[in-house]
Design a protein around this ligand. Structure first.
Ligand code: F6R
Length: 614
């Protein structure tokens, strides 16, 4: 969603703010703005569209911005009000003496607005955020204490927020607070940083404080004071941030997405370290805090997630049911939270999220936790809000993923499910030992197989050129690769805006087949295994309707040459592990089509990396 940054110290602030916003651009990018304090004056600059537009705007104000050493910045992903200049943050009160930036949604903004209008506040934007600026300013007018005004204002706010506030009366003070939205404070020497996420500050410091919900921090260059919602002082813990700045560089790749696709072999190696030693040793998963007895007797699991993480969850269901014989339900978090769900202390609830901040998933796991379920979180962000709710936490350790379209975090989630399923199967004794050995052996060599695919990527690039001009795309698969079809289609639509849909191939004849003709490409995920022949028949049905057929396959079957117009070959792999191999060419296909069409691959329109609104 939106991203916020703040700085108070002795360096020129504008470059720090702009650089921080650039690192947060993955969170939203329809407008941006900064407010700086210069000799007691608050100056605000905003621009619509990409951050570059703000940078261009600031070029003509160089003289008036270069001395400022305190400021706040914002990159917006519109929720309330169109992405216009007037709705861009920072927002101010009537007199312009207070400015703030906000990430989140204020649910009771209409009531507050009506109340504040009666007091004489004049609203300029359609945002929920402006209400907060007026509210704090109104309270400040009465008590003349900024921290206290922020605290009292937050008692009136419903919804989610991370706020960074500055006031003309405070030349070197920022006040920040949060509830259900991420916010970190970076500690420097004689300076402090504020940001929605680590990338914005990691260049400057590795020491940080993760503000807890409802706490309010007052920052000057030399001090941090944190209070709780009752106004009591709080001891805070300084933590070391998990990333190196190099993770934020494209390292010579044209886009972060391409870099992240290429990182996948190492991501998998990294996940396996310490967990999978040899084919005969049991999987070690100390992160799972359920006792062996509980695991043995477990008979129900619910997995909740959104988007790409939901597809990883669907593969998780397939393998846990197959390996462990435990019934698993998978549901999009946004559906789970708005109905009466049946869960209790005998149910294991698994939340899957790359960002660990997705509002729907966070709410869902809080609901299940309240009902007594053990919460296991699979996330790439062990420092996230979801991780903090976890009873068991499996960090997928994919490293920071900058591109909005998830690639390496997905593969890491799927790999984590394999480890979890094998770990549980070994405790339950539910999987044949020869299969177990084979699987472990194949897991260890899967990184090399992905490298093989990556070294023949020109083949996929050629396919992308051939099919880039299509308006629609269908992906079909069966069994364990049905989620792969969904994920392949999602990747393509996200970054190329082509209308791509994944279907279980058996469903084709129940409706979608009506769409097939010579203009429709159908990509069949034809991996060796139990459903190979069935899928081949479904592909033939599509061919009979003149569809343009592409096979993604590990088969050397000669008859495929006659049936398919294009064949993408991948290495042989056990059926159970085939989703990890099959997704790689689909990520590349989506990437090359989008790149060929000249789309903004890393920052597709309307999307955000971390969806912190329900
Ligand atoms: C797609 C993508 C999204 C996310 C979804 C959930 O490439 O990244 O579909 O998977 O928004 O986000 P997380 O995994 O952070 O909960």
């Amino acid at each position: 969603m939106c991203g916020i940054v703040g700085y108070v110290g002795t360096q020129p602030v504008v470059d720090i703010l702009l650089d921080g916003l650039q690192q947060l651009e993955y969170r939203g990018y329809d407008s941006s703005g900064i407010a700086i304090s210069d000799n007691g004056e608050i100056k605000i600059y905003k621009a619509e569209g990409k951050l570059q537009n703000l940078k261009d705007t600031l070029k003509s104000h160089n003289d008036e911005i270069q001395n400022a050493q305190m400021g706040i910045g914002h990159i917006r992903w519109a929720t309330h009000g169109a992405p216009t200049l007037i709705n861009a943050h920072p927002h101010t009160c009537n007199c312009g003496r207070l400015a703030l930036v906000h990430n989140g949604i204020i649910e009771n903004f209409k009531e507050l607005k009506a109340e504040l209008e009666k007091e004489g506040c004049v609203f300029r934007s359609q945002t929920d955020t402006e209400v907060v600026a007026h509210l704090i300013a109104s309270i400040y007018g009465k008590i003349k204490n900024l921290t206290e005004a922020v605290r009292l204002a937050t008692l009136r706010l419903e919804g989610a927020y991370a706020l960074c506030v500055m006031h003309k009366d405070y030349k070197d003070t920022l006040v920040v607070t949060k509830r259900n939205a991420p916010l970190i404070i970076g500690l420097g020497e004689g300076e402090h940083f504020v940001a929605s996420d680590v990338p914005a500050i990691i260049k400057h410091t590795k020491r940080a404080v993760y503000l807890v919900d409802n706490q309010i921090a007052t920052l000057t260059p030399k001090s941090i004071d944190i209070i709780n919602s009752h106004g009591q002082n709080i001891e805070y813990k300084v933590e070391i941030l998990p990333w190196e700045p190099v993770a934020l560089s494209k390292m010579g790749y044209k886009h972060f997405m391409l870099k992240e696709i290429h990182e996948q072999p190492d991501v998998i190696r990294n996940i396996l370290v310490g967990k999978l030693h040899t084919t005969s040793d049991p999987v070690v998963l100390n992160e799972v805090k359920l006792t062996r007895d509980t695991l043995k007797n477990l008979n129900r699991i619910q997995i909740i997630a959104c988007g790409t993480s939901l597809h990883a969850a669907m593969i998780g269901k397939y393998i846990i049911e197959t390996f462990c014989g435990i019934s698993v339900d998978v549901e999009p978090s946004s559906e789970y939270i708005y109905r009466r769900t049946v869960t209790d202390e005998h149910t294991l609830v698994i939340g899957v999220s790359q960002s660990g901040e997705t509002a729907d998933t966070l709410t869902a796991i809080k609901q299940s936790k309240a009902k007594g379920s053990h919460i296991l979180i699979i996330t790439n962000r062990p420092d996230s809000a979801m991780a903090r709710e976890a009873d068991s936490l499996i960090p997928v350790s994919a490293g920071i993923e900058v591109s909005v379209a998830a690639t390496k975090s997905y593969v890491a989630q799927v790999m984590s499910f394999y480890l979890l399923a094998i770990y549980m199967a070994e405790i339950k004794g539910s999987l044949d030992s020869t299969i177990l050995k084979n699987l472990k052996n194949e897991m260890m060599i899967i990184p090399q197989k992905i490298e093989q695919i990556l070294s023949h990527k020109e083949e996929i690039q050629r396919c992308a050129k051939e099919y880039a001009n299509t308006k629609d795309f269908i992906y079909i698969a069966r069994g364990i690769n049905y989620p792969t079809a969904l994920e392949g289609a999602l990747k393509l639509k996200e970054i190329s805006y082509i209308n791509a849909t994944g279907y279980p191939a058996g469903e084709l004849k129940h409706g979608p087949i009506a769409m097939l003709d010579e203009t429709m490409p159908v990509l069949s995920i034809l991996m060796h295994g139990s459903v190979y022949e069935k899928l081949l028949s479904n592909s033939e049905e599509a061919k009979a309707r003149n569809a343009r057929l592409i096979a993604l396959t590990n088969s050397n079957d000669k008859k495929l040459n006659d049936l398919f117009d294009y064949i993408i070959k991948v290495p042989e792999v056990h059926e159970y592990l085939s989703p990890i191999i099959a997704i790689i060419p689909l990520q590349l296909l989506a990437y090359y089509i989008a790149e060929f069409l000249g789309k903004d691959v890393d920052q597709p329109r309307n999307l955000a990396k971390s969806v912190t609104v329900e």
